[in-house]
Design a protein around this ligand. Structure first.
Ligand code: NAD
Ligand code: PRE
Length: 363
């Protein structure tokens, strides 16, 4: 029996638990200091067992996942280093920064216990176990930060376990990770928050700002709703990197100010063209990085109950959907439903059934 202990069963810890739980020969134990959270983990059936005792959760664990806020990671690792852990145990974390926890692990005296930092590049603006899903990591990049002292057998065991997340695992140096993730994740979160707060300020004297806020504002600001404690910890931890990035950001803003002051329309267009070239070159992670993704797109007229009709039709024919996504749901405008299937056979059967019912389908 493989025992997996998860400290902090929130969005990320809970999603990992759901990837592992129920697999033959695996038992998942959740830990929280809060007895109410422990009850909740059990009630939601995210873990097999849950406890407030760190010793009990860690005892005999083959793998330990630290899924608490970045500001608590070092403390958890230090506490674990004082416990009798199973020889060969692999400890990993999911923190959004990697340099500080790697340096903490290096200083600790683990004997036949191996720490390998980790960071799944997937998440949501929602937090807590309520937001956890087993498919959060599908096709996402999952960073691991082994170093030269990491035994190959420990790394290979962790990689084998993490295959269950269906993420794409890559090795990155912790310092490089913090630099790059600072730019593509931490900086955008700060920009989104600053933008929302700027507009919220205008809205105080005129609620038309809120009323008119449409796709553009919503697209760029979704992540401004992220958890304040999680993000406080990330930004404080990666302070030096994000301060540098903010100075560079100021230069980008100044460039726009200059272009506008000079009424340089061509210069503004050039900025958009340059940005769209890079933006359009980003890899499309939803589509088969690891495995083929079987998707069809169905036009759905704006009638109440249409989505229910489609899912009922597929359900009645025992076709399992692995994902369903409404791409456009504005009033009066026909929407598009993206249906994802586990295999080609189910996708083909769904195509056949929906065509018979006169739905317009794009593959
Ligand atoms: N949210 C994301 O998009 C995302 C993505 C990848 C990695 N991460 C990282 O994953 C980790 C968890 O983030 P999350 O989004 O799952 O957050 P979350 O709030 O959903 O879960 C955090 C968990 O830690 C527990 N916790 C909170 N404060 C604690 C404390 N002081 N001591 C002990 N436990 C505490 C909570 O009860 C909860 O179970 C963080 O280190 C974060 O940087 C987050
Ligand atoms: O999709 C989101 O809501 C996220 O914020 C996910 C996101 C990101 O910035 O891309 C946030 C933090 C992580 O550490 C990794 C991923």
């Amino acid at each position: 029996m493989i025992k997996i202990a998860i400290f902090g069963v929130g969005l990320i810890g809970g999603s990992l638990a759901l990837c592992f739980k129920g697999k033959p020969g695996v038992t998942v134990v959740g830990h929280s200091n809060n007895p109410k959270s422990v009850e909740k983990y059990i009630k939601r059936q995210v873990v097999d067992h849950a406890t407030t005792s760190m010793e009990e959760a860690a005892a005999d664990a083959d793998f330990i996942f630290l899924c608490v806020p970045v500001g608590n990671l070092d403390d958890y690792l230090i506490q674990l280093s004082g416990l009798p852990l199973k020889p060969g145990c692999v400890i990993t974390d999911v923190g959004s920064t990697k340099a500080s926890i790697a340096s903490c692990a290096k200083k600790l005296n683990f004997k036949d216990v191996h720490f390998i930092g980790g960071h799944p590049m997937a998440g949501k603006e929602k937090s807590g176990v309520e937001a956890a899903t087993s498919y959060l990591f599908e096709n996402a990049i999952y960073v691991l930060t082994p170093d030269s002292s990491t035994p190959a057998h420990a790394y290979d065991r962790l990689v084998e376990l993490l295959q269950r997340t269906r993420a794409l695992l890559i090795k990155v140096d912790p310092l490089v990770h913090d630099e790059v993730v600072g730019a593509i994740s931490h900086l955008p979160h700060m920009i989104a928050v600053a933008l929302v707060n700027q507009i919220a300020g205008y809205n105080e004297s005129n609620s038309l700002y809120q009323q008119l806020a449409a796709g553009g504002f919503r697209d760029i600001t979704r992540i401004a709703s992220s958890d304040p404690v999680i993000w406080r910890d990330i930004l404080v931890n990666n302070r030096d990197v994000v301060l540098r990035l903010l100075h560079d950001w100021n230069k980008e803003v100044s460039r726009f100010i200059e272009l506008l002051e000079q009424r340089d329309g061509e210069g503004i267009a050039a900025q958009f063209a340059k940005a769209s070239e890079f933006r359009n070159s980003l890899p499309e992670r939803r589509k088969g990085v690891l495995t083929s993704v079987y998707e069809i797109y169905v036009d759905v007229p704006d009638h109440p109950g249409m989505i229910g009709q489609i899912t009922t039709l597929l359900g009645n024919h025992r076709i399992n959907l692995s994902n369903i996504h409404i791409i456009e749901s504005r009033e009066d405008v026909p929407g598009v439903l993206r249906l994802t299937f586990r295999d080609e056979r189910q996708m083909d059967r769904a195509f056949e059934l929906l065509t018979q019912e006169n739905y317009t389908i794009h593959v």
